[in-house]
Each structure stands twice: as structure tokens, then as C-alpha cells.
Design a protein around this ligand. Structure first.
Ligand code: ATP
Ligand code: MG
Length: 353
């Protein structure tokens, strides 16, 4: 008898274009898991979740399709991974409601996303645009439903999501001890901790910070953005002979550090070492450094842009695999929800079952 193949689950928010921070902080990890093939990867587009930060009507559906075309262009393969849309499993909302019945509000009020928003609103009630919603407070419950509904075994998380995942594990465990073994309890794995700085030298590249280099930027845009990276004329001394990127980059001025990080991620090692040598010598080399960084970024973007525009990767093609996967995942999801209904005592759905 062969052991059941494990499933890995990750959610992706359908907001905006993908940038280098997203790629090196998340997508790269998704691709590695897909290629390792030690478990089946489930990737879902969290469109319900996106509604917690939407302030006015946005084309979430259009964004979802665009994002997925970019993911596919990066190498996410709908033949290898199961890619589906959260809202195509509306029974996730039902599970979230049922889980909500056993969720303590005190626990949710300790949620980091909720607390961050609350403190921002206290500083400036108008700053955020949208109110503190029931949906945002309940975000960890919906996330628990996402994970539990497909009986995920492994959930990779960055530091920012760890607390939410722990809440999900806690909810599932408490449910099982109160109503009997119903949920399959997942285990977390940590994700690569790389945090890419912004092109403006800020600690983090981020969509809302408008300091991103995007995967679909054409060579002219890449060059323009990289040329605008702030570089000082006098580089600070490194105080070390190390050639290790993680040791030397933090010692550089922020903007310069970003350029070296891009070389470290994309260029052959010799190129990084050559420019490190230049840095130590001092002098005027930033023009060349920027040119080299821009070239390597464009070289990285080229095939992604080509695959993005490939007719086989149309919005219609994306819709096709989304539809197919919604059909594939629905029976598992319904099985979970029906088990939960039965365990809680309201019994199976007479219409659906
Ligand atoms: P926003 O500014 O709206 O929060 P974002 O640019 O931070 O957007 P998200 O959609 O929040 O992007 O993040 C998508 C994924 O990319 C997450 O897994 C997040 O941890 C990762 N990520 C985002 N920015 C970076 C970055 N600069 N370095 C590493 N990982 C990042
Ligand atoms: Mg973010």
C-alpha cells in the first residue's frame, strides 16, 4: 500500500503586478517546492482575502488572471501544481463561519495584521481609507478555513504569517478535542527569510511603497528605475575582507546595497566579485554598476515577458485551468465541510449531500 502523497498549501493575494521582492521572497520558493515534487503543491489565489484591503471597486477578477499569467510565466505550472481560486470554493466561507463559532475574539484581537491596522487608524483615522472591518478581524479564521478545507499537510510561511498559521493549528486542535477528530492538522515550514530592499533604499521593496522593480518591466523601464537608485559618491568602508554577500551588503549605503543584492541574485559570481573589488578601490564606478545590474535584470525579465505574452498563456487558458481545478478540489472541500457540520451537530446539507 503506498502512503498518501502529502499536500503543500500556499496562498497568493491577487493584487497588482509581481515585483522582485515577491519573486525572491515567495515565487522562487513556490517553484522550488513544485520542482522538488515531494508533495503536491496547492496554490490558491486569495481573492476573498484581498477584499479586506480593498477601498473601492477594483478589477480583482482581471487582476487575478493577470497575476496568474505572470506566475505561469515565472514557471508555476498548472500541470504540476494545483492552482485554484479561493472564491471558486465558496464552501470555504461556510467553513469560516462554522469555525468562527469556536473562535475567541480575544485571540483575534491579538492578530498582528489587525493590531497593525488598529494602531495606524489610531494615529490617523483617515489614513487607511477603509474601516476596521469584521472581515479583517476574522482574517485568521478564513485563513484557517483555507488550510483545513483541503486537508493540507504542510504550510510554508514567512515570518509575517506565522502567527496566523499558529491560530489555524490551534483552532483545528481545539475543534478536534471538542467535537471529535475532524480536521487534519497541518504543520508549518519556514520560508526563505530573504527580504529584498526597495529601489529607493528602503528596507523593503513593496507595492504600496512604490519602490519596486517589476518582473514585466521592459529594458528601458528597468534602466530608468535602476538609474534612479540613490547612490552616494563616497562608499562607506566595509571593515572586512569578506566576499560573502550577506556580510558585505548590509555594510553598504542602502541604495548601493540594493544594486549589489541584484547582482548577487542574478549575475555570475565573478561579476559580483569584480564590482566588490571596485567598491573597495573607491572611485567612480556607480554608472557601470548600474549598467551591469540593469542588464542582468533585463536578461532575467526577457523570458518571463515572452512567456507572459505567449498565446498559450492567455487569460482564457488561465480560466480553463482554474475551472478544471475548482472541479478537482471541490469534492475534498465539501467532504471537510460536511464532516464539520456533522461533528457540530447540525448534520449534513440535505440539498448538497
Ligand atoms: P503590499 O505593499 O500591498 O503589502 P507587497 O509588495 O508587500 O504588497 P504582498 O502581496 O504583500 O506584496 O506579498 C506577496 C508575497 O511576497 C509575500 O509572501 C511577501 O512575504 C513577499 N514579499 C513582498 N515583498 C517582499 C520583499 N521586499 N522581499 C521579500 N519578500 C517579499
Ligand atoms: Mg506586503
Amino acid at each position: 500500500m503506498s502512503a498518501k502523497r502529502e499536500t503543500i498549501l500556499s496562498g497568493i493575494r491577487p493584487t497588482g503586478r509581481l515585483h522582485y521582492g515577491n519573486y525572491f521572497g515567495a515565487v522562487r520558493h513556490f517553484l522550488r517546492l513544485q520542482e522538488e515534487d515531494r508533495a503536491t503543491c496547492y496554490y490558491f489565489i486569495a481573492d476573498y482575502h484581498a477584499l479586506t484591503t480593498v477601498t473601492d471597486r477594483q478589477d480583482l477578477y482581471g487582476n487575478t488572471l493577470e497575476m496568474l499569467r505572470t506566475y505561469v510565466a515565472c514557471g508555476l505550472d498548472p500541470r504540476k501544481s494545483v492552482i485554484y481560486r479561493q472564491s471558486d470554493l465558496p464552501c470555504t466561507a461556510e467553513l469560516s463561519l462554522l469555525l468562527g463559532m469556536i473562535t475567541n475574539i480575544g485571540l483575534l484581537e491579538r492578530g498582528t495584521t489587525y493590531k497593525d491596522k488598529l494602531s495606524k487608524l489610531r494615529e490617523d483615522p483617515k489614513a487607511e481609507g477603509n474601516p476596521l472591518s469584521y472581515g479583517l478581524l476574522g482574517y485568521p479564521v478564513l485563513m484557517a478555513a483555507d488550510i483545513l478545507i483541503v486537508k493540507a499537510d504542510i504550510v510554508p510561511v514567512g515570518e509575517d504569517q506565522r502567527q496566523h498559521l499558529e491560530m489555524a493549528i490551534d483552532l483545528a486542535t481545539r475543534f478536534n478535542s471538542r467535537f471529535g477528530e475532524t480536521f487534519h492538522v497541518p504543520r508549518p515550514i519556514s520560508r526563505d527569510a530573504l527580504r529584498l530592499p526597495g529601489l529607493d533604499g528602503a528596507a523593503k521593496m513593496g507595492k504600496s511603497d512604490h519602490n519596486t522593480l517589476d518582473l514585466l518591466d521592459d529594458p528601458a523601464t528597468v534602466l530608468k528605475k535602476i538609474k534612479a537608485v540613490p547612490t552616494t559618491t563616497e562608499p562607506a568602508p566595509l571593515d572586512t575582507d569578506s566576499t560573502d554577500a550577506d556580510t558585505v551588503i548590509p555594510k553598504m549605503p542602502a541604495g548601493v546595497g540594493v544594486l549589489y543584492r541584484l547582482l548577487d541574485l542574478l549575475a555570475p559570481r565573478e561579476v559580483f566579485l569584480e564590482f566588490l573589488e571596485e567598491y573597495r578601490k573607491g572611485g567612480k564606478f556607480y554608472g557601470n554598476l548600474k549598467k551591469a545590474a540593469a542588464e542582468h535584470c533585463s536578461k532575467f525579465n526577457d523570458p518571463i515577458i515572452a512567456r507572459y505574452n505567449d498565446p498559450a498563456n492567455s487569460a482564457a487558458a488561465v480560466e480553463e485551468f482554474l475551472r478544471e481545478n475548482a472541479r478537482r478540489v471541490t469534492p475534498v472541500a465539501l467532504e471537510t465541510v460536511e464532516a464539520v457540520r456533522a461533528a457540530m451537530g447540525i448534520g449534513h446539507s440535505l440539498y448538497r449531500a
